[in-house]
Design a protein around this ligand. Structure first.
Ligand SMILES: [Zn+2]
Ligand SMILES: [Zn+2]
Length: 344
């Protein structure tokens, strides 16, 4: 998950489906560093670290709370919005929710939503091959942040994904066309101006609410591409590299159950197990469904998951059925029981 600054998105008419580079094979492609981006990344990190210093030493408590709020809201906009709603179409959303998610997503400075979804669809379609924009076979650093600092692999450019549904969405087209005009207002001025309402210094707001917040948000999602593609169990599909990581899920709003997600990318929960604490995006989508703003939520039936676990899992799946001693009390509480017999 992440953002990139080159290649305007295309409709992707020539979709190639053949395998490009076998997964699990280290790629020896040379890095062509784009120095402008590398310098920008270094400066943003320095500014973010200074923001962390100010967070603990100079910022007002309202500013600290506001920074956490911005981070959480933008994290939800990336996970529940860009990822689950638009890239995977795992559920549908009414206009107010789409506007809300797209506004926070734009504030998060993760590129246009169509570009983000293009990279993410390519990541799923060609996972851990040279056509995957953040192929984890090119190393931890490359899959974490390095891919944003170098020229894209020719295989990434050659292999298009279908984006026609996103181009057909007027809201996304608007964001795509006017993105550059929205940046100064949404990314820079809003997080600097709002803290002045409670008397915060503009300089503190700049480093804390903008740079520190930005650093926090990008790295929380970069670990999904790096850590969750190198570590963790593979209970659903042992033939792919993404693994299950509860820790990543906790920080990345539910995106760390990555073996499950790559096995069933269209499930709005992006997970089978783990409750709301490890999947705040699912909590958000479920709440939105309650008020009618989210609908047509797709999820995988238990027997289908079980068949997949038995067919391709690595044997580490903890729960085999209801009443399994490994089943957590939280999962038991959250499970849907249809036509429940209250007397038994
Ligand atoms: Zn992945
Ligand atoms: Zn995904």
């Amino acid at each position: 998950m992440g953002a990139v600054q080159e290649d305007p998105p295309t409709m992707g008419s020539e979709v190639k489906t053949e395998e490009v580079h076998k997964p699990n094979v280290p790629s020896d492609h040379k890095w062509e560093i784009v120095w402008g981006r590398a310098v920008f990344a270094v400066l943003v990190h320095l500014a973010g670290f200074y923001g962390a210093f100010l967070f603990f030493t100079a910022a007002k408590w309202q500013t600290c709370l506001f920074t956490i709020f911005l981070h959480v809201a933008m994290a939800i906009s990336v996970t529940a919005g860009a990822h689950r709603l638009w890239a995977h179409r795992a559920y549908k959303a009414k206009l107010p929710l789409r506007i809300l998610l797209l506004t926070f997503f734009t504030m998060a400075f993760q590129n246009t939503l169509i570009v983000w979804a293009r990279d993410h669809r390519a990541h799923h379609k060609y996972v851990d091959t040279d056509a995957d924009p953040h192929n984890s076979n090119r190393g931890f650093f490359f899959s974490h942040i390095g891919w944003l600092l170098v020229r894209r692999h020719p295989e990434v450019r050659a292999h298009k994904v279908d984006l026609s549904d996103l181009f057909a969405d007027p809201l996304l087209k608007f964001q795509n066309n006017y993105y550059v005009w929205m940046l100064p207002f949404l990314v820079v001025l809003t997080p600097i101006y709002i803290p002045t309402l409670w008397g915060e210094k503009k300089m503190v707001a700049l480093f804390v609410c903008l740079f520190l917040r930005y650093l926090l948000t990008i790295h929380v999602f970069f670990v999904v591409n790096s850590v969750a593609h190198m570590f963790g169990t593979r209970p659903y599909d042992k033939n792919i590299q993404p693994g299950e990581s509860k820790l990543v899920s906790f920080f990345a709003s539910g995106e760390g159950f990555h073996n499950y997600h790559h096995a069933f990318p269209w499930d709005y929960r992006t997970a089978e197990l783990g409750g709301y604490l490890f999947n705040t995006s699912r909590l958000f989508i479920d709440l939105m469904a309650k008020i009618g703003w989210a609908y047509d939520l797709k999820s995988v039936p238990t027997d289908m998951i079980e068949r997949r676990v038995k067919r391709t899992g690595d044997g580490s799946h903890p729960v085999w059925g209801w009443d399994d001693p490994d089943m957590s009390a939280e999962d038991r509480k959250l499970a849907t029981i249809i036509n429940e017999n209250k007397e038994s």
